[in-house]
Design a protein around this ligand. Structure first.
Ligand SMILES: [Zn+2]
Length: 79
């Protein structure tokens, strides 16, 4: 049975990810939660503003799925 523990799901939601700046190629660290919120991050190298656009809602769906799994895992604790 696939099961995501609350702490693991929380770790994923708050984990950092590296994307390459499209302008200078510098690695820019973004948080999964920032992607879901479609935040704007600034490249620390060339100051280019990167708009995190979740155009097809994939990250949003992934976040919702994780949150549901957290809920289910928490319910399982009190069963
Ligand atoms: Zn850059």
């Amino acid at each position: 049975m696939a099961c995501v523990s609350p702490s693991l799901a929380s770790q994923i939601l708050h984990s950092d990810h590296e994307v390459d700046c499209p302008e200078c190629g510098y690695p820019v660290w973004i948080r999964f939660s920032e992607v879901i919120a479609q935040c704007t991050v600034t490249c620390p190298c060339c100051r280019l503003r990167l708009h995190l656009i979740d155009s097809d809602g994939t990250m949003q769906t992934l976040g919702d799925t994780l949150e549901r799994q957290i809920d289910q895992a928490l319910k399982g604790l009190t069963r």
